[in-house]
Ligand binder design. Structure first.
Ligand SMILES: Nc1ncnc2c1ncn2[C@@H]1O[C@H](COP(=O)(O)OP(=O)(O)OP(=O)(O)O)[C@@H](O)[C@H]1O
Length: 241
């Protein structure tokens, strides 16, 4: 069992419903999940099964109807909006499928501006931003704007940006969907190594089980419920190394 201080995310008995005509539609049904620091959990499942809802609750963007949400040991269930957003900004990194970079900013500025939105002076965030760009293999293009970067490079800037400030929880939505198979593999490997080396807990939603490895921890979302699933057999091209 993971020590409480090592838990990046804990969901307990989370139920989420949306208005649906005269009734309610249950998107998450009594979901519990723990993700330790240094651990990656891939969430797969059919369209409409609740994966995005799960990420939104873990990101503290949607409050569940019932259940508890803890981020890095901090209970957010009863917090005000302002208190929740403090926890979110300090402890959660979000990576969406489309990088959504700002066209007028260089790769380096994408990171330093994000840091400044959290109240840090841009200049003090520059060493960390440079180190993160180096970690994702982009030192040589730190001065380029998104229009001068490839799709894979843009997604790597997106990943580096999510890590500024040292979050303990990384929430990743379909990171490979805008990339070809080869670049998708590179991005998945990068997210695995960041998870391990930086000790973040990662929840990664993906349709694309072709990018998963046999040693990945995989859960399946079905009708708003989670259940463990065996990772797929190794990809014959890339193997499991
Ligand atoms: N804002 C909303 N209002 C009402 N119903 C919603 C809303 N968002 C999602 N739903 C419904 O909740 C259920 C779960 O949706 P969710 O987006 O979490 O699924 P998903 O597994 O992420 O799907 P996909 O893989 O297609 O993105 C679906 O039945 C969906 O129609």
């Amino acid at each position: 069992m993971t020590a409480p201080e090592m838990r990046a995310l804990e969901l307990r008995g989370v139920t989420l419903t949306y208005p649906d005509g005269a009734g309610r539609l249950t998107a998450l049904d009594d979901v519990s999940m723990t993700v330790a620091r240094g651990e990656l959990v891939a969430v797969v499942g059919p369209s409409g099964s609740g994966k995005s809802s799960l990420l939104a609750v873990a990101a503290t963007l949607i409050r569940p109807d019932t259940g508890r949400v803890r981020i890095d040991g901090h209970e957010v269930t009863g917090l005000s909006r302002a208190g929740t957003s403090v926890v979110r900004r300090a402890r959660i990194g979000l990576i969406f499928q489309q990088p959504n970079l700002i066209e007028s900013l260089t790769a380096l500025e994408q990171l330093t501006v994000t840091a400044s939105l959290s109240g840090r002076p841009r200049v003090s965030a520059t060493p960390e931003a440079l180190e993160l760009l180096d970690a994702v293999g982009l030192s040589s293009v730190a001065g380029r704007r998104p229009g001068q970067l490839s799709g894979g490079q843009r997604q790597r800037v997106n990943i580096a940006r999510a890590l500024i400030g040292g979050p303990s929880l990384l929430l990743v939505d379909e990171p490979t969907s805008a990339l070809d198979h080869e670049r998708g593999h590179v991005v998945m490997d990068l997210i695995r190594s960041i998870t391990r080396e930086r000790g973040v807990g990662t929840v990664l939603v993906t349709h694309d089980t072709g990018h998963l490895r046999p040693d990945d921890q995989v859960v399946e979302c079905l009708d708003g419920r989670l259940r463990p699933r065996r990772a797929p057999a190794p990809d014959p091209v890339h193997g499991s190394a």
